[in-house]
Ligand binder design. Structure first.
Ligand code: HSE
Length: 395
């Protein structure tokens, strides 16, 4: 690679601007942004006009550009740009978790066939170096579980509404103003964004490529004051927690659900936009990583770290996937859960395998027990229907 890297940047939103700032204020590492391709011609940008283009081919067809940094919103447009860049022998850095989760296999093959590098540390948990930790440190160890808080927006909303009594609308507005939320915050609050991140981590932790449609995601938008009351009575906090876990039959299950968190859990004090990842290895035991999971500068710093890694010729090896020894994927697992409901027919519909606690009140009821994840998936729409009538949380 040439001495001074030449970057073609797609997108100049929150993360693009963060990268620009971090790049211009880093003392140790130098790279030039040669061109920035953006969509909206009428937006004012703190960039020299000579840098701006509205034509993707100005980057893709420029032989001087070594690295394409893709930081746009639309996953399908991003897939086209990233694929074309890889086919043209350019290295790619992206922070686009939806693009990756939807197209992991194709992108894996493209970077391999074209002998280029595709890096995406910023796509999962912002500034936490979780992908490289899984790739480099845990590349040989069999992992038991990777779980945590992978979404800054929902953690910010839960912190502000539950701990600080802000309204949901105000907390979401703050998360948007601070640049944590996706352009469409449904992806955050309904748990799609952390699901995409869990799918990316499942590849590096277990060598598995899983389709997003096969993974259950329930977000924080079903939560009600009665769930918060239950949490405060028991001394719990509520967090949105993806889980990727190896089961006794050696298969791996993946799901995203809100969870009641005890004070003894590492995640209890992970608040605001912070993310936390707990990695459990067969021999190494438990590791806990915490850092800013969203925001312009922390995410920009993660992109810069990938660009710097590229300058040293770094590539993911995808060892666990490439060795084709990955365990199978399953949704056939019992989970310990709390279900809030308001009519007996709900229990006939969402059948628990085992009930250990039952509460019947005037306005709502709940049970605690075990339910098969497959049955939760079958009943996802039913649980989400008539928002706030029902909620399901892990325990
Ligand atoms: N919307 C995402 C979040 C941004 O809140 O975590 C970082 O991926």
């Amino acid at each position: 690679m040439s001495n001074k890297l030449k970057i073609g940047l797609f997108g100049f939103g929150c993360v693009g601007q963060g990268l620009y700032h971090v790049l211009n204020n880093s003392t140790g590492f130098k790279a030039d942004i040669k061109k920035v391709v953006v969509k909206n011609k009428f937006k004012d940008r703190a960039l020299g006009p000579e840098l701006i283009s509205y034509d993707k081919w100005d980057i893709l067809n420029d032989p001087e550009i070594d690295i394409v940094v893709e930081l746009i919103d639309n996953a399908e447009d991003a897939f086209y740009i990233v694929s074309e860049a890889l086919k043209r022998g350019k290295h790619v850095v992206t922070a686009n978790k939806k693009l990756l989760a939807l197209h992991l296999e194709e992108l894996y093959l493209l970077q391999k066939e074209n002998n280029v590098s595709l890096l995406y540390e910023a796509a999962a948990c912002g500034s936490i170096p979780i992908i490289r930790t899984l790739e480099e440190y845990f590349d040989n160890e069999e992992l038991e579980k990777v779980s945590g808080i992978f979404n800054g927006t929902t953690n910010y909303i839960l912190t502000k509404t539950i701990n600080e009594k802000l309204s949901y609308a105000d907390a979401l507005k703050q998360a948007q103003d601070k640049g944590f939320a996706e352009t469409d915050p449904t992806n955050d609050v309904e748990g799609f964004d952390p699901k995409f991140k869990a799918i990316i981590l499942a590849l590096h932790a277990f060598g598995l490529i899983i389709k997003p449609d096969d993974v259950l995601n329930i977000g924080i938008n079903t939560l009600h004051d009665n769930d918060i009351k239950y949490a405060s009575e028991k001394g719990y906090k509520i967090k949105l927690t993806p889980v990727i876990q190896r089961l006794e039959n050696d298969k791996v299950s993946v799901f995203v659900l809100p969870r009641f968190i005890k004070e003894s859990n590492h995640l209890y004090n992970v608040d605001n936009e912070f993310n936390g990842v707990i990695v459990e290895g067969k021999f190494s035991g438990e590791q806990f990583l915490q850092g800013r999971g969203a925001g312009s500068l922390p995410t920009g710093a993660a992109v810069l770290s990938d660009i710097s890694a590229l300058s040293h010729g770094y590539k993911y090896e995808f060892k666990k996937y490439a060795q084709k020894k990955a365990p199978g994927f399953t949704n056939d697992v019992l989970v310990q859960a709390y279900l809030r409901f308001n009519a007996q027919k709900d229990l006939e519909q969402i059948k628990f395998d085992e009930i250990t606690e039952r509460y019947t009140g005037s306005g709502y009821h709940y049970i605690v027990g075990k339910i098969n994840l497959k049955r939760l998936i079958e009943n996802r729409e039913y649980i989400l229907k008539n928002k706030c009538k029902r909620s399901i949380l892990l325990l």
